[in-house]
Design a protein. Structure first.
Length: 210
């Protein structure tokens, strides 16, 4: 799995004054929790770009004063006015401790309904799962090859080995809908002509008199 390295420095002071000082130096405060102890740190804002501004799921190797922490990104805070990153939360991965993460969905295959003229509509880009760190991966593949026209594929159809899916099972994640063109073609299709009624048989001619 892809891993990004972030180098930071231990943060010993807290409070608004200390936070303002960090941000004036283009440093973003962060916290690592979930391990033996909580670690408060700060790093250059540019160090977080690779993991913050992406839809990919990846690990973070956070190095602080020579100590390395294997983490996943859990939460972000942005300034409401400038939209600048102002705080980052990481969860430290512990081998025998389950973790909750949001993994991207990767749809593979061409739906049968699309081949029939329909349009694929994806309704979910990711799902929430619970698993052990060793089972984490970049994405979960969903085979949509057999998805027919006007059919849905739901959360319950997602195969996620060694993971517990936490989303409601009946939520649709993708469907194939009819396109406008296909609807027009169906509406314009001539209806089958009704079978003609059989012509009445001619009455038999009267027998000639002798």
């Amino acid at each position: 799995m892809k891993t990004i390295t972030i180098e930071g420095q231990l943060r010993t002071e807290s409070g608004k004054k200390a936070t303002r000082l960090l941000r004036s130096q283009k440093l973003v405060p962060g916290v690592i929790y979930g391990g033996k102890s909580e670690v408060n740190f700060a790093a250059q804002s540019s160090a977080f770009k690779g993991i913050v501004y992406t839809s990919e799921f990846m690990l973070a190797n956070v190095i602080i004063d020579g100590n390395s922490y294997n983490c996943i990104l859990k939460d972000l805070q942005f300034d409401k006015v400038t939209d600048a990153l102002i705080h980052v939360d990481f969860l430290e991965l512990v081998e025998n401790k389950t973790v909750i993460a949001t993994l991207p969905l990767k749809y593979v295959g061409t739906p049968a309904g699309v081949k029939a003229g329909g349009k694929l509509v994806t309704k979910m880009k990711s799902i929430k799962i619970k698993t052990y760190p060793k089972y984490l991966k970049e994405c979960i593949e969903v085979d949509i090859s057999n998805l027919l026209l006007n059919e849905n594929i739901r959360v319950e159809n997602v195969i996620a080995e060694n993971m517990e899916v936490l989303n409601s099972p009946r939520i649709p994640i993708a469907s194939v809908t009819m396109t406008r063109q296909l609807k027009q073609e169906e509406a314009a299709a001539p209806k089958a002509a009704a079978p003609k009624a059989a012509a009445p048989k001619a009455a038999a001619a009267p027998a000639a008199k002798k």
